[in-house]
Structure formats: structure tokens, C-alpha cells
Design a protein around this ligand. Structure first.
Ligand SMILES: [Zn+2]
Length: 180
């Protein structure tokens, strides 16, 4: 290979390495300085290898390409693993409680706007004194709780939500283990 052509390839390689470095800075979980240093070290080693052992430039470019693909894939996997963080209490805003689907807002002092929903059409249910009724799809839903001690079914549900939060059961509920 002619000197001038090799020079051009080296410049192209260095430019590619710089671009790859910039991409790595954004995608890898290392600190920016560590990333830049690590990437520069690799570029340096590669250039030395080309100059001393006459490694063909296409091998170098292929290596840089494969390495960046590998790092990109690893970064994606690590980023996804980072998403599996502890569930937040504020995310627990719906559950099946005593046979009825409920949704609410999680305020600092506890659940508020606790509302019973139709499992079929998601309409807000009406309490008829002994069961829930859906005015939209005309379905009757049994509430499997003793409401005689509470002011309303939503008070029963609110109390149960607070119990599930206190006992830590809400975490399993949030991850999709639905029961009654
Ligand atoms: Zn309905």
C-alpha cells in the first residue's frame, strides 16, 4: 500500500474512532472520562499495530466496527438491567380487592379517589347496598367483603390498600400477581 493512501486510511480510521468514541460516551455506563481514555487507548494501540506489524487497514476498521457493535449491544443489555430497579410505591394505583377492580391516586397521606371499576368495560361502578352494578354493560359484581362495619365499600378498599402497602404485598401485586 502506498504511503499517501495509508495516511488517508489512517485519517479515516481516526475519524471513525473519534465518532465511535463520541457514541460510546453516550451509550456506555462508564464515566465520560474513563470512556474517553479507554477509547483513546484502543485507538492508540490500533495505530501502533498498523504501523509496526503492518496490520491491513480493513482488519483494523472491521475490528473497530465489531468492537463498537459489541459495546453497543452490551450497553443496551446493561441499560435494560438498570431499568429493573425497585418499584416505587407511587406506581401502585390499581388492584383487584375482594373480587372488584379498584383504581386510585396515591397521595402522600395514602390512597385517594378510590374508585371501583367494571372488569369488562372499565366503567365506574354503582354501589346498590349489597353489590356493585355497571350502568354501561348492566353487569352485577359481588364485593367479597363485609361492609357492615365501614361507611362505604370504598372505605373498605382504602383500608385494604393501606394494609397491602404496609405489609409490602403491593410489590407482588404491582408485578402482576393478581388475586382477589
Ligand atoms: Zn361494565
Amino acid at each position: 500500500m502506498k504511503k499517501g493512501l495509508l495516511g488517508k486510511w489512517l485519517i479515516a480510521g481516526a475519524a471513525l474512532a473519534t465518532i465511535v468514541t463520541f457514541i460510546l460516551v453516550f451509550v456506555t455506563p462508564l464515566k465520560p472520562i474513563e470512556r474517553t481514555l479507554e477509547a483513546s487507548r484502543w485507538v492508540g494501540r490500533a495505530i501502533v499495530a498498523v504501523l509496526t506489524f503492518g496490520v491491513p487497514v480493513w482488519v483494523l476498521l472491521l475490528a473497530v466496527f465489531l468492537l463498537s457493535v459489541l459495546i453497543w449491544v452490551l450497553a443496551r443489555v446493561l441499560a435494560r438491567a438498570g431499568d429493573d430497579e425497585e418499584p416505587r410505591f407511587e406506581q401502585y394505583t390499581k388492584d383487584r380487592i375482594f373480587g372488584v377492580d379498584w383504581m386510585w391516586q396515591q397521595a402522600q397521606w395514602g390512597p385517594s379517589s378510590v374508585t371501583a371499576l367494571c372488569p369488562t368495560c372499565k366503567n365506574e361502578l354503582e354501589w346498590s347496598g349489597h353489590r356493585f352494578d355497571c350502568s354501561y354493560c348492566r353487569k352485577g359484581i359481588r364485593f367479597e367483603a363485609d361492609v357492615s362495619f365501614a361507611a362505604s365499600p370504598s372505605d373498605v378498599a382504602t383500608k385494604e390498600i393501606r394494609r397491602r402497602v404496609r405489609s409490602g404485598e403491593w410489590k407482588q401485586r404491582l408485578s402482576g400477581e393478581q388475586g382477589s
